[in-house]
Structures are given as C-alpha cells and as structure tokens.
Design a binder for this molecule. Sequence first.
Ligand code: SAH
Length: 351
Amino acid sequence: MTDLYRLLPEEMEQLVIDMGYPRYRADQILLPLYYKFPKNISELKQLPKEMREKLIEAGYTIGSAKEIHRVVSDDGDTTKLLLNLTDETSIETVLIQYPSSKINGHPRSTICVSTQIGCAMKCVFCATGQMGFEKNIKAEEIVAQVIHFADILQQRGEHVTNLVFMGMGEPMANYDEMIRAVRILTHDRGFGIGQRNITISTIGIVSGIDKLAEENLQIGLAISLHAPNNELRKKLVPTAGPNSVEDIIEAGRRYYKKTGRRVTFEYALMAGINDSSEIATELAILLKGNGSHVNLIPINPTAGDFKRPTQDNVNEFEQILSNAGVNCTVRVEKGIEISAACGQLRTDIIG
Ligand code: SAH
C-alpha cells in the first residue's frame, strides 16, 4: 500500500508514466489532492475510470486522518484534534488562530504538527516527553494532519497560513520522514505553503540542524534551549548529553549563516529553576551579538510540579536580555485550558 500523499509531485509523474499514462494525468491527481482533499481514489473524477481502478489494484490509497475527538478553546481560537492515522494509532494536532493578525484578509492560522507519537527526549517539564516514545510517523501522516485542518479551514473560507513542527515528538529524530513532508507541503505543485511560513523546532540535535541547513530550504529554525549552561540543561533535558549548549549555539550560527534565517531560541521559564536574574545574565552573555531571537515561554501546566514565574519575574528576565541587545519576546500561550499549548500534548488524557 502506498498513500498518494506520500509522493512528491515528481514521483507522482513517474508513477503515472510508469503506468503508461501521459504526464498531465499527474496534475489531475495533485490538484484535487491539495485543493479538494478527496478521501479516496474514486473521487479523482478527472482520471479515466480504468486508471482509478489500476491505481487501486496496484495498492495506492488516499490515507486520511480520522478525527476522533475535537476540543475548542473558550475564545474559539485554538482547536485540538485527536486524529487516528492509517494504522489506527492516534496523534494530537493543534490549530491556533490569531484573529487580530490578518494575512490577505484571513486570520493567521497556524497548524502545530506532530512528528512522532510520544518522544524519546524525556524533557522533565513536557507531557509528551514524560509519556515516552512510541513510534515515528510517516511523511504522509504528517501531511495528513495539515490536510485535515486545511479541509476544515476551507469550509470556513479560510486557509492554513503557517506550519510549526512543535507538536508531539522531536522532528530531527524522524528526519527523513519530516523532510519529505516539508518538501511535499512546500512544493508548488503540492500543498504549496511558503517555506518561510514553516518553523521546525528541535531540542538541539546538532547533526539534524546541520543537515537541515544543507537542504536549500528557507524554513525557520527554533531551538529549545531552556538553560544557558550544560549543568542545568541536563537536569531539564536529560538526553542533552551529546549536544552541549556551546555546540547548539554554534549549530544555530551555522544555520543562520547558511540560510540567512534568524534562529529562535525557545526558553520555557520555570519558577525557581531557570528564571533568576543571574541565569538571565548568563543567557544574555551566551547569545549576545549572534542575531538570534529568544522566545520566553512561561511554563504551561503538565503533570510535573513546575511553576510559572510571576509576571514581574518574566518581565525582569526579558529586560535583562533586551538590555544586553538580545532580541526577545514572551510567547502569548493559547489553548492552555484545553491542554493544547506547548508541552501539553499527550494522547491518553485528551479532554
Ligand atoms: N521536540 C521539539 C518540538 C516540540 S515542543 C522541541 O523540543 O523543540 C515545542 C516547544 O514546547 C519546545 O520549545 C518545548 O520545549 C516547549 N515545551 C515543552 N513543555 C512545555 C511546557 N510544559 N510549557 C511550555 N513549553 C513547553
């Protein structure tokens, strides 16, 4: 079985040609796949009936994600879905809308996709990290998460404007499937979203960052740093061992140099753990002058007993970074009450 959403447009052409059909038949598959979101091959009405039958006989399918649960935040801006993938495993995907930030008259609509079921990184403050690793998902299953929301949005006259790989899992630990999904989603004959509207977030796997820099893509990179030194970082990210803070910062620099895209460092602020003014100063010294951006995320509640710093503490931390010339913003979290915010995704406690 091969899901048509797995194929790059060039591969779709090859398939059509190998089946003995003219090249243009590929577009008669690709256009509906990315604009009409069919659920099965029989809906590809532009193809001759015998071609549809041949595709089905040869084991091609259109694998869609089945929605099994939906929760919407009180303000209606955040929607979290539990989706069943083709092999009956399930995954969480989140839509975050920003009604005040309009793009061509439509609200900015960001899809937060998952790349793994569970995660092996074990971050102590992250619900996904705490549930452990279950499995990698396929490129077509990443694409399916986007298509499912694209379909929902299209019915409202809206569309997907941004994609962030910040759902469950570590994208760099499922590199090949992740990058295949990125290529399909950004291809102008595929889903066609702008490379600049995609951000990949990583815990800081240096080999993955370097590989991504060589892909000749203009996608944004976010690195989850959380601590300015290795001693503290290892307590928060127990698997950080092979990638030191210094190596990660260097990899970020190389990424910026190669792609011209500014790197964002994510920093989940936890009261009494990594939020002191001394630590802010250490972070400022570490990042000063390398053109990066810091995104402070006051910790969202998970099973662990980490607490958010007070607003005053957050402001002070931000001020120290800004005073040192380090570009810095505090992330306005959405969807916390439906456990759809950063670090809150896990598949067994949806509701
Ligand atoms: N594995 C990737 C992507 C997924 S997490 C990574 O680590 O970057 C997306 C972001 O949410 C990361 O920056 C992560 O550190 C952060 N995060 C995890 N748990 C959180 C929590 N409880 N509160 C706030 N942010 C959290």
